[in-house]
Design a protein around this ligand. Sequence first.
Ligand code: SAH
Length: 292
Amino acid sequence: MAEPTPFNAAERAAAQRLASALGLAPFEPGWVWLAGAGPGDPGLITALGLHAITQADAILYDALIDKTLLKLARPGAELIYAGKRAGKRSCRQSDISRTLVSLARKGKRVLRLKGGDPFVFGRGAEEALALARSGVPFRVVPGVTAGIGGLAYAGIPVTHRDTNHAVTFVTGHGADGKLPAFDWQALANGSPTLVLFMARKYAGEIAQKLIAAGRGAGEPAAIVSDASRPDQTTHVTTLAELGSVALENDAPAIIVIGENVRLRDGLDWLGAMSGKLLVADPLGTRKLSDAV
Ligand code: SAH
């Protein structure tokens, strides 16, 4: 991708005007802001996250953020790639924390920009703890997690009172790279909807374990890849088929298992924009008299 063009003076002044209209916190020198950029669509960053980009002297950004956001950085701001992708060469966590500390100690305004929400399966808390241990002041700017916003872009609500009163976020990738040791019986019984991060590799094993613990092989599941990006794809399948579908490619994906997946037939608003017909009663539970 070509280097983004920095904002000009008038554009920067407009961004500053917006920040003061909203009364946003000032980004002080020597501080680190740990912010979420959302799942992909740059429009999903928060106002505070955007403000931080315009103010930062140094931005350490992840692989999963949309690079057009960096266009808003100050001219001369240091843009440092600190990405990780499963199986690819990546920056060490300790190097990232060390860089954050050393830039902050030089009196820079340091922005750590992470995909989704920084405290959801993204090691943001580890980085924040390293800052705390070093006595570097920091602020956390939450973001839209792929596990909620990414599903919303696929027309799948994480909750609906006719399908699930609870939702569980699960990672398929433990600290050692393996599937963490879950209590599968408890997950199967207590989690009507499961939202899986980093779980392509072990999706088949997860599905088998859930089926063995009593979940239906025909239960709906969906794999939402590159959620909220121009190349977003959604593959609706069943628990029995999930493993093979998940291995079809390696784009970042959120996997959702549960009856709420059926709501996509009525709520795929992105699909509707390109002509897909939405089903009026995707769960088949509404009475005729419910029509508004
Ligand atoms: N902090 C992030 C998650 C980081 S873990 C968040 O809150 O969203 C990285 C995993 O998040 C990916 O392997 C994938 O499972 C998921 N992910 C992040 N962005 C995604 C996207 N745009 N589409 C689908 N999955 C995504």
